[in-house]
Design a protein around this ligand. Structure first.
Ligand code: HH2
Length: 441
């Protein structure tokens, strides 16, 4: 059972396509159903970072309201965004700016359908909380449903997404657009947003949406003060540990104008948006939802190249690196490691996560070119059983040393987690140590 669960969690991440967006692949793939049917995980469909262009077919969106209300304008804006390097365009017919009032189903359909028809065959996301709008958009070729209510708005939406096999973005929002900015308070905004997204992720999966189709979004500006938004960005890495790609929408939002010194700002500039997007990317964002596509594509391309170069040979797991990464996640092996007396006496579960970077030879699809997962798991068990380690880092290093020395990997990263650690009588979700090794280190 353990082996089955573990094998299921093994994922192969193909080499990056080099550019920061993959709209270039459009010529080769018919997105109207083909990708959905093929079941490509969202992290393979979108390389990191990817840009999502915003096309609001609304009269009242906080920044581009009215600019794309005419379907012809919406279509030409979307086409331009795709030409400029957006991986997808997000078409919405209802503003969710603070204070916005809801629009009827009929009105939302009237706004978005002509635009979606004009974009047939192009990569489109539908920004809606309504099942009927999503259904119609998916029929017209949309491949992603971007729901700012995270499946809490319309009870029928989960089924529509699950049945279609579409990608799904779950967004954190406190309250509704009408009320969300009235004195938002959190004890710890990051852990509360993380707990919410984790719960919505579980809900979506239980409703039949495949986890690998889902991305998560902290919902910048959705029921958050300036400080909350900045803290969420600063600690974005903590949300990345939920294991799903992060979509982040900062573009032109008021937080940027307020940081720039105007306490009453309702928008931020394009330049501030670029800076914020790069910062979000560096902290783990995968897809950036933006109005100004060309600038973001260029800025993020530079940020990606810097991240890849800075990684150098010591950390080839950086975004954009080439090669194949195999992931073995959540391998559970009981052990007696720790500094406390009781830890040495009583077994407790340890979770091992391994990232194995292997050469492109593994793409040959020949078993003899592959790494034998079962043998790796056996080796981890043997290292764990062979010695009682006081410290997680020593245990992680011993596993990494063994795997780097004995398997055909170019690099290995090992994380050892101890769930429900209790330092000083406080409960942690887990404590962990991570070690990277290459053969010969
Ligand atoms: N922000 C807005 C709308 N949809 N979706 C996701 N996933 N993430 C976001 O941050 C997000 C979103 C609000 O921005 P915008 O669409 O530009 O404005 P409006 O809601 O006024 O149309």
């Amino acid at each position: 059972m353990l082996l089955l669960a573990w094998l299921w969690s093994c994922r192969v991440v193909p080499p990056s396509k080099g550019r920061s967006t993959n709209h270039g692949r459009l010529g080769e793939v018919n997105y109207r159903g083909a990708v959905i049917a093929a079941g490509v995980p969202i992290e393979e469909r979108f390389s990191r970072p990817s840009v999502m262009g915003i096309v609001n077919v609304t009269p009242d969106s906080f920044s581009d309201g009215g600019a794309n209300l005419d379907p012809d304008d919406a279509v030409s804006t979307a086409r331009r965004m795709l030409e400029e390097g957006a991986a997808i365009v997000d078409v919405g017919g209802e503003s969710t700016r603070p204070g916005a009032t809801a629009v009827s189903l009929g009105e939302e359909l009237r706004r978005v359908i002509p635009a979606l028809e004009g974009l047939a065959g192009l990569p489109v996301s539908i920004d809606t909380s309504k099942a009927d709008v999503a259904r119609r958009a998916l029929e017209l070729g949309a491949e992603l449903v971007n729901d700012v209510t995270a499946l809490r708005g319309d009870p029928a939406l989960a089924d529509v997404v699950a049945e279609s096999g579409a990608y799904l973005c779950l967004v954190h929002m406190r309250g509704t657009p009408r009320t969300m900015q009235t004195d938002p308070r959190y004890e710890d905004v990051v852990s509360e947003v993380a707990a919410f997204l984790e719960e919505r992720l579980r809900f979506a999966v239980s409703a039949g949406v495949r986890e690998e189709r889902i991305c998560l979004d902290p919902g910048i500006g959705f029921g958050k003060s300036v400080r909350h938004n900045l803290e969420l960005l600063h600690r974005l890495g903590e949300l990345a540990t939920l294991g799903r790609p992060l979509l982040v929408g900062l573009s032109r939002k008021s937080v940027l104008g307020r940081v720039a010194g105007d306490p009453g700002a309702r928008t931020g500039t394009a330049a501030a948006s670029l800076g914020a997007a790069v910062s979000a990317f560096e902290r783990g964002a995968w897809i950036l939802r933006v109005h100004d596509v060309r600038g973001h594509v260029e800025a993020l391309e530079v940020a990606r190249a810097v991240a890849a170069a800075a990684a150098g040979p010591r950390s080839s797991f950086a975004p954009g690196s080439r090669g194949v990464t195999l992931e073995l996640r959540g391998l559970e092996i009981p052990g007696r490691h720790g500094v406390e007396e009781h830890e040495l006496e009583r077994e407790q579960p340890f979770l091992y996560d391994l990232w194995l970077q292997v050469s492109d030879a593994a793409l040959s699809d020949r078993i003899e070119d592959a790494v034998d997962y079962r043998a790796v798991a056996e080796r981890v068990r043997a290292v764990s059983a062979g010695h009682q380690y006081s410290l997680l880092e020593a245990l992680a290093a011993a596993v990494a040393d063994a795997v780097a020395a004995e398997f055909p990997v170019e690099r290995v990263r090992v994380r050892v987690r101890k769930p429900r650690a209790r330092p000083a009588g406080l409960t942690l979700e887990y404590s962990a140590a991570t070690v990277e090794r290459a053969p010969g280190d």
